[in-house]
Design a protein around this ligand. Structure first.
Ligand SMILES: *[C@@H]1O[C@H](CO)[C@@H](O)[C@H](O)[C@H]1NC(C)=O
Ligand SMILES: *[C@@H]1O[C@H](CO)[C@@H](O)[C@H](O)[C@H]1NC(C)=O
Ligand SMILES: *[C@@H]1O[C@H](CO)[C@@H](O)[C@H](O)[C@H]1NC(C)=O
Length: 412
């Protein structure tokens, strides 16, 4: 178990070496990345737009500007962009991007929702490759750019994205789907800005994350080691994690692509212990050839830290700045909890029993707290893990989409 902690520590330590690289020369643009990028399959290298076109969809992109100045790319995909389709918004999880809903190609959320006749909108949160812009801040030089967590992603990014889609599609309310941190963002937004509950006709929550009380090793051990890692990062003034072509990201790409060893290292050694074991649903070719071309994506130190606090404080509460700064920020010594009873939007909760992060017991508690749960489902397949909701092979079409399409039809 300690090996995992050491591995995480090493990754994190490597994260900021890109600063040294930037100051040396451009050709240091990692000799080993180029080799390993060519080891990816075609779908591992294509971006969102290229993938959408490859799988027979029409796609357009827009910029959404948040109230606090971040500029986010949002994609609109449909079989026919000019027919006014009922809009559905897909919102991804942590260290991820819009690509996650498309990398399964013909078996992906984007293609399936498009084929079902919905206008599919796929959002991005601040910080990732499609959200690395701001009206005044420069992500490369202004550390303030990285001062965000799931709180801002919900309060600002998701809010701006929902309003943009409503306006473009000329709909008062839209359907939404969140995965992992994408669900936390929904809970933040709808608890703090209750008017957004009426803008969502149904929220489909995949691997929901609000309470993290029942984590088990190795995830709980990593959570326990979190504060030390965070302290280290703070002392080194590292606020951006997993930047494109940082040593850590290049290392992931080179260690995780294109071989049986890659699958052992990154599938069995890293992803499965945390997300849950499902080698049958996440086969070698897909994980090492496609997924690690799109994942992990850049995030902030504060994002991980906030989740770490939620787990250790055993409360779905706002970011804990410490005694003194809490007084200044919140007027009280402890951060306020997000009031989940204020979340009145209709919600469908889906959780997998093998999930290492979104535990069934935590989701049951969440379901008992939320006032308007219209569907609660522990996935029938026992090996269903955290990422099967977006990446799972076939199991998606067999076990998830039929129920989802029925729910969408009922509540759209
Ligand atoms: C995707 O790649 C195409 C072609 O390489 C490029 O023109 C486009 O700007 C890229 N799209 C995004 C959103 O990065
Ligand atoms: C995806 O499905 C469509 C329609 O069934 C098919 O024509 C196409 O060849 C498939 N694309 C790939 C890349 O498998
Ligand atoms: C990373 O940076 C390279 C250029 O340095 C660029 O070609 C590539 O698209 C970037 N990838 C991502 C995921 O941002």
């Amino acid at each position: 178990m300690h090996l995992y902690c050491i591995f995480i520590l090493l990754c994190v330590l490597f994260c900021d070496l890109h600063k040294c690289k930037a100051s040396t020369s451009n050709d240091s643009q990692s000799y080993f990345t180029e080799a390993s990028e060519s080891a990816l399959s075609e779908d591992g290298r294509l971006n969102f737009t290229e993938l959408a076109i490859k799988y027979g969809q029409f796609v357009e992109q827009y910029d959404v500007t948040t109230e606090d100045g971040y500029i986010l790319t949002i994609f609109h995909v449909a079989k026919d962009l000019n027919t006014p389709n009922k809009p559905i918004l897909l919102f991804h999880g942590i260290i991820d991007s819009s690509d996650t809903f498309l990398i399964r190609g013909n078996n992906s959320w984007v293609v399936n929702m498009g084929e079902a006749g919905y206008g599919v909108w796929v959002g991005n949160n601040r910080g990732n490759l499609y959200g690395r812009r701001h009206i005044t801040l420069n992500p490369d030089t202004d550390q303030e750019f990285w001062d965000y967590s799931l709180h801002e992603i919900g309060y600002y990014d998701l809010a701006a994205t929902i309003d943009f889609v409503r306006e473009k599609a000329k709909c008062d309310s839209i359907l939404t789907v969140g995965h992992s941190q994408g669900t936390s963002a929904h809970f933040v937004l709808t608890s703090l800005r209750p008017e957004y509950n009426d803008k969502i006709s149904l929220f489909i929550a995949l691997a929901p994350v609000a309470y993290l009380n029942y984590l088990e090793p190795p995830v709980s051990i990593a959570a326990g080691a979190g504060p030390i890692i965070t302290m280290l990062l703070r002392s080194l003034n590292i606020n951006e994690l997993l930047r494109n072509h940082s040593v850590a990201t290049d290392l992931v790409t080179s260690l995780c692509t294109n071989s049986v060893l890659s699958y052992l290292r990154c599938g069995f050694g890293t992803l499965f212990p945390f997300a849950g074991f499902d080698p049958a649903g996440l086969e070698e070719e897909f994980l090492t050839g496609v997924v690690f071309g799109h994942y992990p994506r850049t995030t902030s130190r504060k994002s991980l830290e906030h989740y770490n606090q939620i787990a250790l404080r055993r409360q779905f509460a706002q970011y804990d700045y410490g005694f003194f700064m809490n007084l200044i920020n919140y007027g009280r010594i402890y951060p306020p909890e997000y009031d989940l009873t204020a979340v009145t939007a209709k919600i469908a909760l889906f959780v997998g029993s093998a999930d290492g992060v979104s535990k069934v017991k935590d989701v049951v508690r969440l379901g008992n707290t939320l006032p308007n749960v219209v569907h609660f489902e522990v996935m029938e397949l026992e090996r269903w893990n955290h990422v099967d909701f977006v990446w799972g092979k076939d199991i998606m079409s067999e076990y998830l989409y039929p129920t989802v399409l029925e729910l969408l039809k009922t509540y759209e």
